[in-house]
Design a protein around this ligand. Structure first.
Ligand code: ADP
Length: 203
């Protein structure tokens, strides 16, 4: 009897020869018991610290969405489409990881993706207060969504997008901290900014 009951709640068999979520609708993913986590942030730009966390989250969840925030309040270096494109290239070889962008309340976005959890990084004690506040507020807004904190490899604990931008702006080498294509994008961005500054001065 138990067996029959079990069989009744089983979803239809998975299509053969396809990754688990490839081509399946979100509802289908849910019925297959897909566990989705959302990793939100500015990613301005994505660093090896972010990617370390993505790898860790991908081991725990069936589907991880790196959700790039529109973030009107923060004046970023890269535009939203640029940030998304940089993440997209960085995660291309990591299975079960996707990139998306979102605007508005994070918990609403998580709900729209049937996400179970929000992934956030804790690098040092200094991150804790803000992240704690954010997690509790998100829980108040939507009690169904959990926040999971993950720690990167020690070598990335001092790494932030802000520091990377500062080093790159001063012509420093960021090779060990970001993927190659991000390094190129930073060099190009600061070259353009310098050229624009020179033009403005000359004009
Ligand atoms: P936000 O504007 O949301 O802080 P960030 O892109 O700076 O966006 O960070 C997104 C998330 O990634 C945050 O939870 C942050 O703590 C985490 N994070 C940023 N840099 C690192 C890193 N080097 N190692 C681990 N987590 C990180």
């Amino acid at each position: 009897m138990l067996l029959i009951l079990d069989m009744q709640i089983l979803p239809p068999p998975r299509p053969a020869g396809r990754p688990f979520f490839d081509g399946l609708s979100e509802n289908m993913c849910l019925s297959y018991g897909m566990r989705t986590a959302i990793y939100p942030g500015s990613f301005d730009p994505v660093t090896n610290g972010h990617l370390d966390l993505v790898h860790r989250a991908a081991k725990l969840f069936d589907r991880v969405i790196v959700a790039v925030a529109q973030n009107e309040s923060k004046k970023g270096l890269f535009t939203l489409p640029e940030r998304v494109a940089l993440v997209k290239k960085a995660i291309v070889d990591i299975p079960r990881v996707e990139v998306d962008s979102f605007d508005g309340l994070l918990v609403n976005y998580v709900e729209s993706q049937q996400g179970l959890a929000i992934i956030r990084g804790l690098r040092a004690v200094s991150d804790f207060e803000f992240e704690f506040q954010l997690a509790l507020m998100n829980r108040k807004l939507n009690g169904r969504v959990e926040t999971i904190f993950m720690m990167p490899k020690e070598t990335y604990t001092f790494l932030s997008s802000r520091i990377i931008k500062e080093i790159a702006a001063l012509g420093g080498n960021v090779e060990c901290f970001v993927p190659e294509h991000v390094r190129t994008a930073l060099a190009l961005k600061f070259k353009l900014q310098t050229e624009q500054m020179i033009k403005r001065k000359d004009g």
